[in-house]
Design a protein around this ligand. Structure first.
Ligand SMILES: Nc1ncnc2c1ncn2[C@@H]1O[C@H](COP(=O)(O)OP(=O)(O)OP(=O)(O)O)[C@@H](O)[C@H]1O
Ligand SMILES: [Mg+2]
Length: 507
C-alpha cells in the first residue's frame, strides 16, 4: 500500500477567463493532517472540489490518485462512497431538517420501503457523542449556532466511514473556544487513523495541528513543508503565500478622536421569535468622530444583534432605547433609513445578508449607491464601471472582469465585494461585522489600511471582531459584551487578551 492516501499530479483547471489551477501537484500521507494555505483566489477550494468530484472528471487536466487508484468521480456522491468527505467553506446542511436527518440524509436504508426513524435517532447519538455535541438529535438545525452546525457536518462525515476528511476553512466562523475544540477533534481523528486536509487562513491554527503544509499561489503549488522537520514558521508560510515579506500586520495610526457622533442609551433588543426574551439587554455606548471602536465577546454575546437592530431594526421582534446621531434623537425604521442617515453596515454573513450571488461584481458594489451614481434617475453606466474598477484595484479583487457573477468568486474575494459596496456608499459611520473573515493575511492588512484612512478622514468605525489581536491592534476603544450585556470598556493601551476575557466573564 502506498504511503500516500492522496496524490495529485499536474492538475490544471480552467474556468472561462481564469486558470484557477496551473499544473498543481500535491501528496498527502495516510494518517496525517495536511494544511493548504494561500491567498484569496489562490485555488485552494477549487483543488479540493476537483478531488471530491464537485468538478467532475473531464472538466480538468491531470491526475488524482486516491488510495492508490486513479479517481473517476462524476459527483460528490462518488467520492463519499469511497470514504472521502468534504466540508465546504459555506455550510451545506438543510436548515429546516433535524440533526439526525441531516446526518443520515441521502444514505438511510429502508426495510420494505420504510425508514426506521428510531434506529437513526439512536445511531445519530453515537456520532454526536464522538464529536462532543450535546444536543437532542431531533433539534432543527437552523436553531443551532454555526459552531454546532459545523459539528453536525462532521458527525455526518463520520457516519459515512470517512477516511479522508477535507475541511475548507472550518474555523472561520467559530470563536476561539469553539475553534480549539474543533482542532482537538481533528487531532483525535488522526489518532483514529483518519487523514485530514484543512484549508485555513489562520496560520497559528495551521502550525498547531498540521504535520505538513502546502502553499498555493496564483493556482500553482509553490512549496510543501514537513512542519517539524523544516521548523516551519508563520513568516515562512506568509512569504510563500504572497511572494514577499509582510512586516506590519496592523499599520500604525495616530488617532485623534473628535466629538461624539453616535450615542446609544439603554438599548434592548427582543428575540424575533421568543418575543419576551432579551437578546441585548440595556446596552449603552458611544462612538466619536475619527475613532475605531471594537466590540469583543464570545459568539452569541449579542454584538451582531445589537448592531443590526440599531441599523434600521434589521434584527429583532422589537427594540427599545435611545439612539442619538450628531446629538439628535433618531429612530431608524429601516436599513434604507439607516443608510440615508449616514450608517453603513458590512454584514458578517455575506451569503444571506450581503450579496446577490447571481449578479455581477459591478452590480453588487453599486447596489447601495444607486442614487449617488445616477443622474436624472438613471444610473450612469461609465461611473458605475469606474467605481467598480477602482475597488477591484484597491482591494485586489481577483477576477477576470467586474461583470463576473459574484457566485464565481472565491470566498475571500466575495467578502472584498461586500466591503467595497459599503465603502462606495461612503457612510459617516461604518459598522463592520467580522470584516476580515476568510480574508488572507495580505488582504487583511489592506482592509486595515482602508479603515485607518476612513478614520483619518474623520469617519467612524464600529468593528465587531472575534479575533482579539485584530480588535486590539485596530481599535481606540474596546467594549466587551457577553450574554447580551456590555460588561465593560477598555482603552487601546490598557487592553490585553486576559483583561478582555475577564471582563466578559464578570457578573
Ligand atoms: N465556478 C467558477 N467560475 C469561474 N471562476 C471560478 C469558479 N470557481 C472558482 N473560480 C475562480 O478560481 C480562482 C480560485 O478560486 P478558489 O475558490 O479556489 O480560491 P481559494 O484559494 O479557495 O480562495 P479563498 O481563500 O478566498 O476561499 C478564483 O480566481 C475564482 O474566481
Ligand atoms: Mg476558498
Amino acid at each position: 500500500m502506498s504511503e500516500y492516501i492522496l496524490e495529485i499530479q499536474n492538475l490544471t483547471k480552467e474556468f472561462p477567463g481564469v486558470r484557477a489551477l496551473d499544473n498543481v501537484s500535491l501528496q498527502v500521507k495516510r494518517g496525517e493532517i495536511h494544511s493548504l494555505c494561500g491567498e484569496n483566489g489562490a485555488g485552494k477550494s477549487t483543488l479540493m472540489s476537483v478531488v471530491s468530484g464537485v468538478h467532475p472528471k473531464g472538466s480538468y487536466e491531470g491526475k488524482v490518485f486516491y488510495k492508490g487508484r486513479e479517481t473517476n468521480y462524476h459527483s460528490v456522491k462518488d467520492s463519499e462512497k469511497e470514504g472521502l468527505t468534504i466540508i465546504h467553506q459555506e455550510l451545506a446542511l438543510s436548515p429546516y431538517l433535524s440533526i439526525y436527518e441531516n446526518i443520515f440524509l441521502g444514505h438511510m436504508k429502508t426495510t420494505y420501503g420504510v425508514i426506521n426513524w428510531n434506529y437513526y435517532i439512536k445511531e445519530s447519538q453515537k456520532f454526536l457523542d464522538r464529536v462532543g455535541l450535546k444536543e437532542n438529535p431531533a433539534t432543527i438545525v437552523s436553531k443551532l449556532g454555526v459552531g454546532k452546525q459545523q459539528l453536525v457536518e462532521i458527525a455526518r462525515a463520520l457516519s459515512k466511514q470517512v477516511e479522508l476528511l477535507i475541511l475548507d476553512e472550518p474555523t472561520s466562523s467559530l470563536n476561539d473556544e469553539e475553534s480549539s475544540k474543533l482542532l482537538d477533534l481533528i487531532l483525535e481523528f488522526k489518532r483514529q487513523g483518519i487523514t485530514s486536509i484543512m484549508i485555513s487562513h489562520k496560520l497559528n491554527e495551521v502550525l498547531k495541528i498540521a504535520d505538513a503544509v502546502t502553499v498555493l499561489r496564483d493556482g500553482k503549488s509553490i512549496s510543501s513543508y514537513d512542519v517539524k522537520k523544516d521548523g516551519l514558521t508563520e513568516a515562512m508560510i506568509i512569504k510563500d503565500m504572497v511572494g514577499r515579506d509582510l512586516t506590519h500586520r496592523f499599520p500604525e495610526r495616530k488617532s485623534r478622536p473628535g466629538e461624539t457622533i453616535m450615542e446609544v442609551k439603554h438599548w434592548s433588543v427582543y428575540h424575533p421569535e421568543y418575543h419576551t426574551m432579551k437578546v441585548v439587554d440595556d446596552a449603552s455606548f458611544h462612538v466619536r468622530k475619527g475613532e475605531i471602536v471594537a466590540f469583543c465577546g464570545p459568539m452569541g454575546a449579542g454584538r451582531t444583534e445589537l448592531m443590526m437592530s440599531l441599523y434600521g431594526q434589521s434584527y429583532g421582534f422589537r427594540s427599545e432605547g435611545e439612539l442619538y446621531l450628531h446629538g439628535k434623537r433618531t429612530t431608524l425604521k429601516s436599513a434604507r433609513a439607516a443608510l440615508t442617515s449616514g450608517l453603513g453596515y458590512v454584514s458578517e454573513d455575506r451569503k444571506t445578508l450581503g450579496l446577490i450571488l447571481i449578479q455581477s461584481i459591478k452590480a453588487n458594489i453599486s447596489a447601495s449607491s444607486l442614487k449617488k451614481l445616477s443622474r436624472f434617475g438613471i444610473v450612469a453606466a461609465p461611473r458605475e464601471v469606474e467605481e467598480a474598477e477602482k475597488y477591484r484595484r484597491d482591494l485586489r479583487i481577483k477576477t477576470p472582469s467586474i461583470n463576473q457573477l459574484v457566485r464565481n468568486l472565491s470566498g475571500g474575494n466575495q467578502q472584498k465585494v461586500v466591503v467595497s459596496r459599503t465603502l462606495l456608499a461612503d457612510p459617516e459611520i461604518f459598522i463592520v461585522d467580522e470584516p476580515t473573515r476568510g480574508i488572507d493575511v495580505g488582504a487583511k492588512t489592506e482592509i486595515y489600511e482602508i479603515l485607518n484612512n476612513l478614520v483619518a478622514q474623520g469617519k467612524s468605525v464600529v468593528m465587531i471582531s472575534s479575533e482579539l489581536p485584530e480588535a486590539m491592534g485596530m481599535a481606540d476603544r474596546i467594549y466587551v459584551m457577553n450574554e447580551g450585556k456590555i460588561k465593560g470598556e477598555l482603552a487601546h493601551d490598557e487592553a490585553d487578551q486576559e483583561k478582555i476575557m475577564r471582563i466578559a466573564l464578570l457578573d
